[in-house]
Design a protein around this ligand. Sequence first.
Ligand SMILES: Nc1ncnc2c1ncn2[C@@H]1O[C@H](COP(=O)(O)OP(=O)(O)OP(=O)(O)O)[C@@H](O)[C@H]1O
Length: 622
Amino acid sequence: MDTHITNNSSSSSDNSSNSNNSNNSSSNSTQQLPQHQHLSPVLTSMSSSSNSSSSVLSPNKIDIHLSPFSVSPMNSSPSIQPKKKTIDDFFIGRVLGEGSYGAVVMGTDKDTNVQYAIKILEKKHIIKENKIKYVQIEKEIFCKSNHPNIVKLFFTFRSDSCLYYVLELCPQGDLLHQLKKVGAFDYTSTQYYTAEIISALEHLHGLGIVHRDLKPENILMSADMHIKLTDFGTGKILDQNTLNNNNNNNNNSAVSSLSNSLNSANSTNTSLNNLSLNENNTTTTTTTTSGTDGNQISNIALAAAAATTAAMSSGPPLMATTDMNNIQNLGALPTRANSFVGTAEYVSPELISNKETSTDSDLWALGCIIYQLSTGRLPFRGKTEFLTFQKVSNRDLVYPKNMNPVVKDLIEKLLVLRPSERLGSLSAGGFENLKKHPFFAGLEWDSLSSKTPPPIKPPADKPAFDDETPDLSSSNNNNGLRSSNNNNSTSSSNSSSNLSSSPVSLNSPSTNSQNHINDKYSKFLEPNESVVKQGLVWKKKGLSIKQRQLILTSSPRLIYVDPKKVQLKGQIPWSDSIKPEIRGSTNFVIYTPKRKYLLEDVDGAPQKWVDAIQSVMTKIKI
Ligand SMILES: Nc1ncnc2c1ncn2[C@@H]1O[C@H](COP(=O)(O)OP(=O)(O)OP(=O)(O)O)[C@@H](O)[C@H]1O
């Protein structure tokens, strides 16, 4: 990477406000929050000074030019510049959540007592993770959009070490949190919240914006329980050429309306270069997507699925014939790695097969969400990302026996493999057609945001799946759902996870069958060495993916073996500073002083690896 950052503390309070949103306030509460309550040390240090000179940014990395917004609130005279905000203008309250690049905290404006959510992005993290584009796009989309169901951005400013986004506060958590409370939504709540999501999507698509990571975790809830779409870091703003192409291909009035809206959006947003982060050269070196790690898709699993899909496209269903071991023979990944964004369970089939997304991909994710709200389950979910992609590509989904036929019909019309045939697609009549679906009968689209939403209730008739296994799960491990499901799995197919559930023993051969090494691997053990944990993983490095038997031994050693050739391939060097970390529902990372090892647990239980490694470390210390 050959990029540069300029730390200019004299301009550290460059500041902006979104003129679109400047007259809105998120809350009228006058409560003042205690400063630094519940803040982690890093946050406390960030928020205590907006001009911290202790920047850890390495110079000569990235040029960050922050020129002020041309602030033009609707009712302010151009000659009177509003006072520039800094973090010191807010009382900092509790932490609302943590994202990949920093935290989101509650902040109360000291002048107005209005409460906000302040997203604090650590510059060094953004640079280290190559996510400058992410920050840029997120801000641009926040600024372009102006809709009651989309989180509003009120101000941005920076200190030497952080960027700050002052956002509309959504104190009721996210849609997944609401879903967990009831298990599944009844018809009325599904109808209402689906309509609000559609309303937000229609606005975004009208501006030529594709969200690309639509999922309940990115749909926040306002104090009065309206939805607020957020997390635009993986969004895409379509260029005029793309829209013109669409225009040529679709002689459809909806297309020209989209194109016109984009023109007007572009012309009214000429002053949006307030946060210009110039990236000279960013090479994708990781195997994850341009979005957040963990919950986001692994490029390699995606590539494997794409290759398998292509190979099988004219043959029988993937699941029936794919040999997982062959995936290790895949060569390079598709070149446009950065276009892989989203979350495995909501990813559209066209992303898997062509690495392409469009506004129609959001409609696929919408279908997944409607399924999830009405049944409490994800429509496509495998034990690993690869298996999830296979289910998506095969459109392999089951409905509960008592599924409402109208809801099912809508889902069926959204989860269509061919993007242009999805209900709501520009070439299928656009949003007007989608809104006319019988599922929405009786709904008053125009007064959605001015009305009180219906109370969220579970359906009178519980969704009846054949297997009776409850699954409120989501891709987001942080919500605790997926991990608890994995850990408590009653599925017989997840036997290896169950085997490793008991604590490991270091020095004596364990009676736990997990610790009895398969005969074919015993030759790799040293005398008196026993197995603490073993299992199949995908080992990811650069552009390659290899299936390996990972074996944690009592020495301790972490060795990996080619399971087909039964050859020792290497070991992850053990030291006091080895650090395992979960990265989403199936992935984990092992940090060593010299490099990090990206791994995916084939059984979908990465936590068990982390626990096993940590327990060995603890025993050694004792
Ligand atoms: N406007 C908001 N109001 C209330 N809570 C918020 C708001 N925005 C974000 N949060 C909370 O903070 C968490 C982190 O949000 P953030 O946008 O930084 O990251 P993310 O979406 O989880 O991940 P990433 O930045 O990696 O995409 C969210 O999960 C949510 O719980």
